[in-house]
Design a binder for this molecule. Structure first.
Ligand SMILES: [Zn+2]
Length: 221
């Protein structure tokens, strides 16, 4: 299924170039809470019993946190903050960025870490902004491959560096708590652009800095 497929309610979502949702009509908070009540009943419990009375409201609020990334634009985060490099042209690496996302197939957590590097061209950006870009894309419904590519492509497009590398290692609770039940398995994805793609030594330097091996899944596109 690709990003342009119709949703269950028959509406085609629109996406911009980066694959972001740009036009979704949100239900009201009451409608969202009613849906959560329905899911409680689907699970087999009574949403009117005392312990569950406040749950729909709490879940709706939790969703606002889990999916806060739909309300923010990572392009703006980077655009607003870049500075001239003053000649700094060494690799900038931010490693072990905590990653909390949700898989778009099961809506359960993807927990792991991201490593982001770039080789500055004319622009550098505060490293906290790189972490924010990861966070904004993570706080949407995701698959790990798309998340990896979105972070790399956005940095490439906005900062126009000589290269970008993104590696994400994460455990998917849809694999560990249901389905095939494989705890301890992590998936590693990477997206290399510019010199990280073209120059094996640059790529190796980055992989050594993040302590990674060669068994990463390259993400194309
Ligand atoms: Zn899943």
């Amino acid at each position: 299924m690709n990003d342009m497929s119709p949703t269950a309610i028959g509406k085609v979502e629109k996406f911009n170039k980066a694959g972001d949702v740009v036009n979704v009509q949100r239900p009201s908070r009451e409608e969202a809470e009613a849906a959560i009540k329905l899911l409680i009943r689907w699970a087999g419990d009574d949403p009117e019993r005392e312990g569950l009375l406040g749950t729909p409201e709490r879940v709706a609020r939790a969703y606002e946190e889990f999916f806060a990334g739909y309300d923010e634009d990572p392009v703006h985060i980077l655009e607003r903050t870049f500075e001239e490099t003053d000649g700094y042209d060494e690799m900038v690496v931010l490693r072990d960025i905590r990653l909390e996302s949700h898989c778009e197939h099961h809506m359960v957590p993807i927990i792991g870490k991201a490593h982001v590097a770039y080789l500055p061209g004319k622009r550098v950006v505060g490293i906290s902004k790189l972490a924010r870009v990861v966070e904004i894309y993570a706080k949407r419904l995701q698959i790990q491959e798309k998340l990896t590519a979105q972070v790399a492509n956005t940095i490439q497009t906005v900062l126009q560096p000589r290269g970008v590398a993104v590696v994400i290692e994460a455990a998917h609770q849809c694999m560990t708590t249901r389905g095939i039940h494989k705890p301890g398995v992590t998936m590693v994805t990477s997206r290399m652009l510019g010199m990280f793609r073209e120059d094996p030594r640059t790529r190796q330097e980055f992989m050594t800095m993040i302590g990674g091996g060669a068994n990463t899944r390259q993400v194309e596109g």
